[in-house]
Write a protein that binds this ligand. Structure first.
Ligand code: M3P
Ligand code: FE
Length: 310
């Protein structure tokens, strides 16, 4: 499959209430690799098997939540084209100069009708995963530190105007709809799962009255056993667990939802199926089956899934 246009999730910037506590949590409990700290006081992380300098950035603020979520695009020409396409579509864009984030090239920033700030960028310094390019071992000791996810996989965001958001992702940014949950009347989508790749989702949105909310950032684990080990590590560290370990009906992903010390939900996740972009019929869940969509074994629409966001 040719991968062009928008390639994949690139970075999320998340607000935390206490930076020191959050650094300890993300470094030692989630097991991310700390890669830097900038003049604004932001701390940068990546997952052990990611090669680019950063994928998860935190900054201290008086409320939790997400500042922005970014996608990496193929190259500079693609960045310019998507910027122009967004403007033609009627979306105002802004250029953030290279270097504003550590080791990161110029970014194109825009706001979705859901109130979420999105970014596109083409360049980020490759620092590698600690393994040689020639004859690498399959993993490093870093994988054994804390939960140790492989990569930032996707995010689920809550806000209004999901139908408009879907149009922007599918008509401008080259995503396709993989799954959806219908509203109770069956007329609209209550939640959508969108992919720009062969992944079951790169980003998802759920309809919610308040703008710009974070439901979760998700981190990929290599196996179900690693998800269960993540659960053990959460309990050993008294992490607040929301749901799981279980399996979503939607995406078939195997999951645990939990909260960081500031109340930002994150997910440790594995599996799901691999759709191709010629997928023309999104899997559709009726609202009365939302419980299976969220937690297939228990068939339970956990209250927190609908109401707790940051
Ligand atoms: C996911 C995910 C719901 C949830 C599915 C969630 C409702 O696929 O990755 O978090 O159905
Ligand atoms: Fe998820």
């Amino acid at each position: 499959m040719a991968m062009t246009g928008v390639l994949r999730p690139g970075h999320a910037q998340v607000r935390v209430l206490n930076l020191e506590e959050a650094v300890k949590f993300y470094r030692d409990v989630l097991g991310l690799v700390e890669t830097g700290c900038d003049a604004q006081g932001r701390v940068y992380f990546k997952c052990w098997d990611e090669r680019d300098h950063n994928s998860y950035v935190i900054r201290e603020a008086d409320r939790a939540g997400i500042d922005f979520f970014a996608f990496k695009v193929l190259d500079k020409a693609t960045l310019d084209k998507l910027d122009a396409d967004l403007q033609v579509y009627g979306i105002k864009t802004e250029r953030i100069p290279a270097g504003e984030m550590l080791e990161t090239g110029e970014r194109v920033r825009f706001e979705l009708p859901s109130g979420h700030v999105m970014e596109l960028y083409a360049e980020k310094t490759v620092i590698g995963n600690g393994l040689p390019i020639v004859n690498p071992a399959p993993w490093t000791r870093q994988r054994e530190h804390g939960i140790g996810p492989v990569r930032l996989d996707h995010a689920l965001l809550y806000g209004p105007n999901v139908a408009e958001v879907q149009k922007i992702f599918t008509e401008v940014l080259g995503f396709y709809l993989v799954e959806r949950v219908l509203t109770p009347d069956g007329e609209n989508n209550a939640a959508i799962w969108l992919s720009c790749s062969h992944k079951v989702h790169d980003i998802a949105f759920a309809e919610y009255p308040e703008k710009g909310k974070l439901h979760h950032c998700s981190f990929l684990m290599e196996s179900w056993e690693q998800v269960l080990r993540a659960g053990d590590i959460m309990s050993m560290n008294k992490v607040a667990v929301d749901i799981g370990p279980t399996r979503h009906g939607v995406t078939r992903g195997c999951t645990i939802y939990a909260w960081d010390p500031s109340g930002n939900r994150f997910e440790t996740f594995m599996g799901g199926y691999q759709p191709y972009p010629d997928n023309t019929e999104p899997l559709t869940w009726t609202f009365d089956n939302f419980g299976q969509g969220l937690d297939y074994p228990q068939r339970k629409l956990h209250e927190t899934f609908l109401t707790v966001v940051s």
